[in-house]
Design a protein around this ligand. Sequence first.
Ligand code: SAM
Length: 322
Amino acid sequence: MIVDRQGRRFRNLRISLTAACNYACTYCVPNGKRLVAAQDELSAETMARAVAYLIEAAGIERLRITGGEPLVSPRLDPFLHSVSRLGLADISLTSNGQLLSRKLPLLLECGIRRLNISLDTLDAEGFRRIARGGDLATVLQGLAEAKAAGLKIKLNMVPLRGHNLDQVLPLLDYALEQGFELRFIELMRMGHLARDGNTFSQQFVGIDELLETIGSRYTYIQADAPVDSTALRYRIPGLGHFGVIANESVPFCRTCSRLRLSSTGWLYGCLSSSNCHFIGDLLDKPRHVALPALQRLLVKALADKQEVAFSGGVMVMKIIGG
Ligand code: SAM
């Protein structure tokens, strides 16, 4: 097992199944251009082999499938069927939910029991302004169907000053009513926001302000979370939980156990590092050749992790796998 001086190791793998997305969220994509899939994305079979090799070489226990938007990828079906046979402790998926109704039977068939759905507002017009696409009612319908099918659902909201700050309480009300756990993600200095500090500073909303807003309606207490969790969790007695992923205010690099793989075969040990390591060429090789080479790259990827705090990264989330 590869472990660093701070006792960190890779347990959680996030795969960006595709960089393509049916949204172009303002905080993710600077120019509003929807990304088309990169031509050199790995096949479903190769990606599943990457997961199998990384289980062995890095000790990966849990897989999150993300993107881009994983539900738009034609490779989702064969990929899910393959990785569902690898004996992972958990497979979950992060999605914008636009195609959730349509893909729900596949997710259930492949044993997916947990979803994170991004939802930045319950206002239909505001939704279109932030996502530059999609339809709120369709997402809410998908959520209702997933809930009825028994899936455990977390919602992700990125609060943005001047855009959706008035939605913090409506979204929390909705999540508590539905039995979903809402997680507020502090805006991260990724992609264009890493270069444009003004936009970042204008839009950033920190945990203190969020908790104050929530405290104006609800009484909450801190709740337990796994040691390598990115979220601080809170319980609203009798009603449910919410979380805050406070990348900036309360950094969690010291306990980070995440490894990321892009759809084109690049490994990232840290969101905040510009280093990445190509493994696409190893994945066609037999196991006894691939694993030692992979382990050498994993040592480097682990060394890329920040010591303490996230400091920003030039990659956009949809490439690196948010
Ligand atoms: N398309 C899927 C979705 O919408 O959830 C998965 C990919 S998306 C990049 C994953 C998550 O990253 C979303 O919850 C999104 O809000 C978040 N995200 C993207 N850019 C971000 C940024 N600069 N700061 C904070 N969160 C960001």
